[in-house]
Design a protein around this ligand. Structure first.
Ligand code: GLC
Ligand code: CA
Length: 549
């Protein structure tokens, strides 16, 4: 089937359903709530939605532990509410992308329940291994969430592999029956009318034969044996050939630790093209080493390198997925911007990535400039990943790390109004509401022309009206600056120059060669217009977007 690449013209919005909007008053976000907000999304200007998992799940990892792949959780409204939302989105010209989580399932999945009992054909659906002669685990791999990657099962009298939480057993993708199940799932949702998939840790699905011990890395032990594993391309090609190719759909692969070079093995439009876009993590590592839990101070040079290398390497060959926030990371203003200059830095961060080449994703709450959550005690956290970090550290030190790194900061309820529970629910919210909701909420931002929300709206509208944002060549300037990020997008007929200050300190800006500010039109900025010559001194977190045509 002809693939139209419609995704190249879209701006996506990610909904993490549990915290978006509660429609029935039970305190849990749901699809009835989403339905109420479809016009809000339409007015924001986004035209695609990626839903974090909506399937039935015990909720050990907030839905990323799936017990039934062909249904919608009753607390989210079941199939009926899902159909209404799908239809509502399509009627508004918006696309819907599902989360596909097939590296692992929930231990409550029927497949796992039968596999434990060796009921055919499920016996080899998971990665089971006997204990070593001394009773030890089959190898020394770490899980990402809960200790070592193996769990003993009394019923089956074997260990099973779990790269994430204990209750998230890894599927055995080498079993052709498992791959058939994956294809059935893809087909089921595509036939229902969804427009694509965001594929959870999909680069982990093929594990090296023999599952060898890892003596190289001190952290993430084992990852080199399952990230981009031996059969990964074979399996992705199979999914594409047997199912995806028959639909006009998009695939977005989550790929921890992926480099631009490696990404091309998956997304090269003139070669591999197994996947349309990749979620890389380099843009999330400007203030840490590999993971949010290894914090470092923020480095604009690192961020620029992440943006620029992907822009350059993908150019003309593959398509970028652009983001600064999702449900797995704390809020970007609190990381790369400034809570003190929340509005200014929130807008500047928007401009820093919304004019890059690729398809941007905006995470719920990002568009109103939500910031991190700072609870008083570690026990107030909910997330399984967070709670397993540094359990032996003293409370104070641990709390400080969680404040900085926990993804629960992105999971507090969406702030709709200054009213009770931030307008998220009429009941008791399932999770804490960030106390700053009286200042930061949709209602207030809608009425304030200078709000972060209205900046996002303008930036999205601009993006859509200017072909140069879709097609233009990317160039970076001020390449060694630790304070300014300056880039341009250029076609034969249009030039766009984007200036972003990542500091509250004044910095003198002069346009790069070939650009004269006087000849350009200032399209977007986070400060009042000001007359200056062919250069200016930046105000805190100032951003400007100029057009020349
Ligand atoms: C992905 C998801 C994350 C989840 C993990 C395990 O990284 O984005 O939320 O916890 O996979 O499924
Ligand atoms: Ca609800």
């Amino acid at each position: 089937m002809e693939q139209t690449k419609w995704y190249k013209d879209r701006v996506f919005y990610q909904i993490w359903p549990r915290s978006f909007r509660d429609g029935n008053g039970d305190g849990i976000g749901d699809l009835w709530g989403v339905y109420e907000k479809l016009d809000y999304l339409k007015e924001l200007g986004v035209d695609g939605v990626w839903f974090s998992p909506l399937y039935p799940s015990p909720g050990v990892d907030c839905g990323y532990d799936i017990s039934d792949y062909m249904d919608i959780a009753p607390e989210y409204g079941g199939m009926e509410a899902f159909r209404a939302v799908l239809d509502g989105l399509h009627r508004r010209g918006m696309k819907l992308v599902m989360d596909l989580v097939v590296n692992h399932t929930s231990d409550a999945n029927e497949w796992f329940r039968k596999s434990r009992r060796r009921i055919e054909p499920y016996t080899d659906y998971y990665i089971w291994r006997p204990a070593k002669p001394n009773g030890k685990r089959p190898n020394n791999w770490d899980s990402h969430f809960e200790g070592k990657a193996w769990q003993w099962d009394d019923l089956r009298q074997e260990y099973y592999l779990h790269l994430f939480a204990v209750r998230q057993p890894d599927l055995n993708m080498d079993n052709p029956l498992v791959r058939e199940e994956v294809k059935k799932i893809l087909k089921f949702w595509l036939d229902l009318g969804v427009d694509g998939f965001r594929e959870d840790v999909i680069t982990f699905i093929s594990k090296k034969e023999g599952l060898p011990d890892d003596y190289l890395f001190p952290v993430f032990k084992g990852i080199r044996f399952y990230n981009h594993g031996p059969h990964i391309h074979e399996y992705l090609q199979e999914f594409r050939r047997d199912v995806l190719e028959n639909y006009d759909c998009v695939t977005i692969a989550e790929a921890p630790l992926v480099t631009p070079q490696r990404a091309l093995d998956y997304i090269d439009e003139y070669g591999s093209h197994e996947i349309d876009m990749m979620i890389q993590f380099q843009c999330m590592c400007a203030d840490c080493l590999f993971s949010d839990y290894m914090p470092l101070s923020f480095s604009l040079r690192k961020l620029r390198r992440a943006f620029s290398s992907w822009q350059k390497r993908m150019d003309g060959r593959a398509w970028n997925m652009l983001y600064l926030e999702n449900h797995d990371h704390p809020r970007v203003i609190s990381r790369y911007g400034s809570e003190k200059y929340r509005v200014e830095s929130g807008k500047m961060l928007a401009a820093s990535y919304l004019f890059l080449k690729g398809t941007p994703f905006i995470y719920q709450g990002q568009e109103i400039g939500m910031t991190n959550w700072y609870p008083d005690k570690t026990e107030m956290y909910e997330d399984v990943q967070t709670l397993n970090q540094k359990q032996n550290w003293p409370e104070k030190k641990r709390l400080k790390l969680y404040h900085r790194a926990s993804r629960d900061s992105a999971r507090t309820p969406m702030q709709w109004t200054a009213g009770e529970n931030a307008g998220f629910t009429t009941g008791t919210p399932w999770f804490h509401v960030n106390e700053n909701y009286r200042q930061i909420n949709v209602e207030a931002e809608l009425t304030d022309p200078d709000s972060v929300l209205n900046f996002y709206k303008k930036a999205i509208a601009l993006r859509k009206s200017l072909p140069v944002v879709r097609d233009g060549r990317y160039r970076e300037y001020y390449r060694n600056s630790g304070k300014l990020y300056v880039y341009s997008r250029e076609t034969e007929t249009q030039k766009l120059l984007i200036i972003c200050s990542f500091t509250d300190r004044p910095v003198r800006f002069r346009p790069p060669k070939g650009y004269s500010l006087a000849q350009m039109k200032l399209l977007l900025t986070n400060y009042d217009d000001r007359l200056d010559g062919n250069g200016f001194v930046t105000r805190p977190y100032e951003t400007r977007v100029y057009l020349y045509e």
